[in-house]
Design a protein around this ligand. Structure first.
Ligand code: SF4
Length: 366
C-alpha cells in the first residue's frame, strides 16, 4: 500500500471510528489492567457475551493484586461459561508474576510482557497500543479480513499473508493514535467488513478497497473448511443423601482444573450403560450397581459437538462407604446441590447441575 492511499485509509477510518464506534465498557477506561482483561476475554468470544463477564470480573478482581491473591478456583468460577479456560489460568499466573516482578503494575515493554503467561503477539500489541500508545499493529481475524480485502490478497490466511498484512499495517498505523487505529480496524471488521455480507456501501475505506472494486470481497479470504467431530460421553451422578460426587480434572490439558461428575467418552461400539460402568470402574475403582437415565445435554466446543448422557448412578452400600472414606479433597468431593454453584464446571456439567437444581432430586431408584 503506497503512502497516499495509506493517508486516505487512515484518516477515513479514524473519522468513522470517532462517530460510529460502539460504547463498550472497556472503551471508557484507560486502566491497563481493565484493558488487558477485556482483550483476553474478547479472544474467541463475542462482545455481547463478554460484557457481563467483564463487569463481574472487575467487581470480583478490581486490580492485579486482588487477582493474584485470589484462589484459582474462584478465578475459574468467574470464568465459567466463557470457555478456553487456559486464558483465565494464564491471567491468574501472570498476575502473580506481575506482583512479584513488577510491584503489581503491568510492564509497558513488549519483551517483558511477552515473557508473561498468556501474552502472545495479539494481547501484547493490543495492550501496548491501547494503554501505552505504542504504534504496534494488532492482527486479529477482523483486521486480517479487512486487510486481505483492501489489498486483494487472495487465498488463505497463511504465514506469507500474515507477513504481508503486518508490513502494510506498519505503514498504515497512525503514529498519533495507534490504539484508536487498532480498535478502528477491529471495529470495521466486526460491524462493516463482515465475513458474510460486508456492508461495502457504508464502508469508510471503500474508495481504496481493491476487492470491492473487483467485486470479489465475498470470496476473500477463502473460506476455511472446519470439521466438527461428534462425541458422546456418559456421566454418573452419584448421590450420598443430598450430596453428589464431583471430581477435579487434571491440572493440565483440556478443561484443566475444572470440576465435573465422574464419567468419560463412550468407546466405539459400546452401549451407554457399558461405557458408564467402565468409566465408574476406571475413575472411582468401584462397580456401578444400577443406573437410570437422568438427562441428555449437548454442548458445542470449537471442534467438537459433545452429547452428554447423565445417569443417576447407584453404588452398593459397601462401595459407597469406601468412597465416603476417601479423604483426598483436592481431587474428589461430596457437595450439596447448592454448594455445586461455587465450583467451576465445564459447560456440559453446568447444564446437568442446572437440571438437578430444577428437578425434584428425590431417589430415582425404587
Ligand atoms: S469496501 Fe467492503 S470489502 Fe472493502 S474494506 Fe470496506 S466493507 Fe470490506
Amino acid at each position: 500500500m503506497t503512502n497516499p492511499e495509506s493517508r486516505e485509509v487512515r484518516s477515513a477510518l479514524l473519522r468513522w471510528y470517532a462517530s460510529r464506534k460502539r460504547d463498550l465498557p472497556w472503551r471508557r477506561t484507560s486502566d491497563p489492567y481493565a484493558i488487558w482483561v477485556s482483550e483476553v476475554m474478547l479472544q474467541q468470544t463475542t462482545v455481547s457475551a463478554v460484557i457481563p463477564y467483564y463487569e463481574r470480573w472487575l467487581d470480583a478482581f478490581p486490580d492485579i493484586r486482588t487477582l493474584a491473591r485470589s484462589p484459582l478456583q474462584k478465578v475459574l468460577r468467574a470464568w465459567q461459561g466463557l470457555g478456553y479456560y487456559a486464558r483465565a489460568r494464564n491471567m491468574h499466573r501472570a498476575a502473580k508474576e506481575i506482583v512479584r516482578r513488577f510491584g503489581g503494575r503491568l510492564p509497558v515493554e513488549a519483551e517483558a510482557l511477552r515473557a508473561l503467561p498468556g501474552f502472545g503477539p495479539y494481547t501484547t500489541a493490543a495492550l501496548l497500543s491501547i494503554a501505552a500508545g505504542r504504534p504496534i499493529p494488532v492482527i486479529d481475524a477482523n483486521v486480517r479480513r479487512v486487510m486481505m480485502r483492501l489489498l486483494e490478497i487472495r487465498g488463505g490466511a497463511d504465514s506469507r499473508t500474515e507477513a504481508e498484512i503486518r508490513t502494510a499495517l506498519e505503514t498504515l498505523i497512525s503514529r498519533r493514535a495507534p490504539g484508536r487505529f487498532n480498535q478502528a480496524m477491529m471495529e470495521l471488521g466486526a460491524l462493516v467488513c463482515r465475513a458474510r455480507n460486508p456492508r461495502c456501501l457504508s464502508c469508510p475505506v471503500r474508495g481504496e478497497c481493491r476487492a470491492c472494486r473487483l467485486g470479489i470481497q465475498e470470496v476473500i479470504p477463502a473460506p476455511r473448511k472446519t470439521t466438527v467431530t461428534k462425541q458422546e460421553a456418559v456421566v454418573a451422578v452419584i448421590r450420598d443423601g443430598g450430596r453428589v460426587l464431583i471430581q477435579k480434572r487434571p491440572p493440565a490439558g483440556l478443561l484443566a482444573g475444572l470440576w465435573e461428575f465422574p464419567g468419560g467418552k463412550r468407546e466405539p461400539g459400546e452401549s451407554l450403560r457399558a461405557a458408564l460402568a467402565r468409566e465408574v470402574r476406571e475413575e472411582l475403582g468401584v462397580e456401578l450397581a444400577a443406573a437410570r437415565p437422568l438427562v441428555m445435554v449437548k454442548h458445542a466446543y470449537t471442534r467438537f459437538l459433545v452429547t452428554l448422557h447423565a445417569f443417576d448412578g447407584r453404588l452398593s452400600k459397601k462401595d459407597l462407604g469406601r468412597l465416603r472414606k476417601q479423604t483426598d479433597r483436592s481431587r474428589r468431593r461430596w457437595v450439596s446441590l447448592s454448594a455445586l454453584r461455587r465450583y467451576p464446571l465445564p459447560s456440559g456439567s453446568v447444564k446437568i447441575a442446572e437440571y438437578l437444581q430444577d428437578v425434584d432430586f428425590s431417589p430415582v431408584f425404587p
